[in-house]
Design a protein around this ligand. Structure first.
Ligand code: COA
Length: 327
C-alpha cells in the first residue's frame, strides 16, 4: 500500500510585511532582498500561533479530502517553532479538530521536516499500519529570528500547510533522506524558549537574550550546501525510480530562496517553469513551505491526477531529502 494525497489546506497569518516595512526597522532595502532572495513579502503572526495555524490548515485539508477527523489513524506535525514544548503541536491539533483515533507526534527536522514526515507516513502505509494520515507543516519562525540580524530576519515568514493521505494499492514510493549533523552549526537556534516573543516590536527587538539563542545562520554555507546536495539527491531519487527529469511534471522544492531554486533547476538541466515558487509571497516558511505550495497548486487546478512530482526539502541538521509521487 501507499499513501496518496487526497486533500490539501493551508493557513497564512493576516499580517503582510513587505520588504519596505523591514527597511523601516533594519538597515536593508527592497532591491537587495529581491535580488538576493526573490522574496517580496511575508506573513507574520499577530494573534495567530503555530497551533492555531496548524489547526486552520488541517481543517481545510480535511474538508478538501472529504475526510472526517475521527477517521484519521495518524497525525504528524513538522515544526521547529511549537508554541510550547509539551504537549506536542500534533496533540494540540488533535484536541482542536477531534482526531480522537489518531496517534499524534511532532517531527523536528527544520525545513526538511514535511518531507521527512511524508516519508515516515509512507513507511507506515507500506507496513499496512495506517489508512488515513494527516500531515502538517506549521511554523512561526518570526518568534525565533533575531530582528536585529538583517542577514537572517529578511528570509523567514510564518504559516502552515497540510495534506491528507489515504491508502491506495501500490508499491512503496522511492524516497531519499540524508542528515549530516557534523555540519549542524551552519543553521542553529540554541534556546528557543528564551527568545519567544511577539515579533516586530522595538521593545521585543531590544529584549536581552544571548545572540546565539536566536536562529543563527552561515548563509553562504547553507546556500552552497543546498545547491550541491539537493540536485544530487534528486538524481539519486530519479535513478532509484528508473526515471529522468523529463518524466517529472513538477519539482516541488522547499521555498528558501529563488536563487537556490534557479541554481538547482540549472544543475538538473531542467526548465525553471517546472519549479513552481511561492517564496515571493510568503518568504521561507520552513517546514510549512512545501504543503503551502502544494495547496496553492492544488486549489489553482495546476496539479492534475496522474502528474509526476518530485518533492525535495533541505535545511538545518543539516538535513535533506526527496520523494517521488504521483498526484
Ligand atoms: N540587506 C542589505 N544588505 C545585507 C543584508 C540585507 N538584508 N544582509 C546582508 N547584507 C550585506 C552584508 O552585510 C554584506 O555586506 P558587506 O559586503 O559590506 O560585508 C553583503 O550584503 C553581502 O552579504 P552576504 O552574506 O555575502 O550575501 P549573500 O549574497 O550570501 O546573501 C543570503 C545572503 C542570506 C541571502 C544568502 O547567503 C542565502 O540566501 N543563503 C541561504 C540561506 C537560506 O536559504 N537559509 C535557509 C535554508 S532552509
Amino acid at each position: 500500500m501507499i499513501g496518496v494525497i487526497t486533500g490539501t489546506g493551508s493557513w497564512l497569518p493576516e499580517q503582510i510585511v513587505d520588504n519596505d516595512d523591514l527597511a523601516r526597522i533594519m538597515d536593508t532595502n527592497d532591491e537587495w532582498i529581491r535580488e538576493r532572495t526573490g522574496i517580496v513579502k511575508r506573513r507574520i503572526i499577530k494573534e495567530e500561533s503555530t497551533v492555531s495555524m496548524a489547526t486552520g490548515a488541517a481543517l481545510r485539508a480535511l474538508e478538501d479530502a472529504g475526510v472526517a477527523a475521527e477517521e484519521l489513524d495518524m497525525l504528524l506535525v513538522s515544526t521547529v517553532s511549537s508554541d510550547v514544548l509539551l504537549p506536542s503541536t500534533a496533540c494540540e491539533v488533535q484536541k482542536n479538530i477531534g482526531a480522537t483515533n489518531a496517534v499524534c507526534f511532532d517531527i523536528n527536522a527544520a525545513c526538511t521536516g514535511f518531507l521527512f514526515a511524508l516519508n515516515t507516513a509512507q513507511a507506515y502505509f507500506h507496513a499496512g499500519l495506517v489508512k488515513k494520515v494527516l500531515l502538517i507543516g506549521a511554523e512561526s519562525l518570526s518568534t525565533l529570528v533575531d530582528w536585529s540580524d538583517r542577514g537572517t530576519a529578511i528570509l523567514f515568514g510564518d504559516g502552515a500547510g497540510a495534506a491528507v493521505l489515504e491508502a491506495a494499492e501500490g508499491e512503496l514510493l522511492p524516497m531519499v533522506m540524508h542528515s549530516d549533523g557534523a555540519r549542524g552549526e551552519a543553521l542553529t537556534c540554541k534556546s528557543p524558549f528564551a527568545v519567544r516573543k511577539s515579533p516586530l516590536t522595538v521593545a521585543n527587538m531590544m529584549k536581552a537574550v544571548e545572540k546565539e539563542d536566536y536562529v543563527g545562520m552561515n548563509g553562504q554555507e547553507v546556500f552552497r550546501f543546498a545547491v550541491k546536495r539537493v540536485p544530487e539527491c534528486v538524481e539519486e531519487l530519479l535513478d532509484k525510480c528508473g526515471k529522468t527529469t523529463e518524466d517529472v511534471d513538477y519539482f516541488i522544492l522547499h521555498q528558501a530562496n529563488r536563487r537556490i531554486v534557479e541554481s538547482i533547476a540549472k544543475r538538473l538541466k531542467t526548465d525553471i517553469s517546472k519549479f513552481p515558487m511561492n517564496l515571493m509571497e510568503y518568504g521561507n516558511t520552513s517546514s510549512a513551505s512545501i504543503p503551502i505550495l502544494l495547496d496553492g497548486l492544488n486549489r489553482k487546478g495546476t496539479l492534475k491526477r496522474g502528474m509526476k512530482l518530485v518533492i525535495a526539502g533541505f535545511g538545518a541538521g543539516l538535513s535533506w531529502g526527496a520523494a517521488y509521487m504521483e498526484w
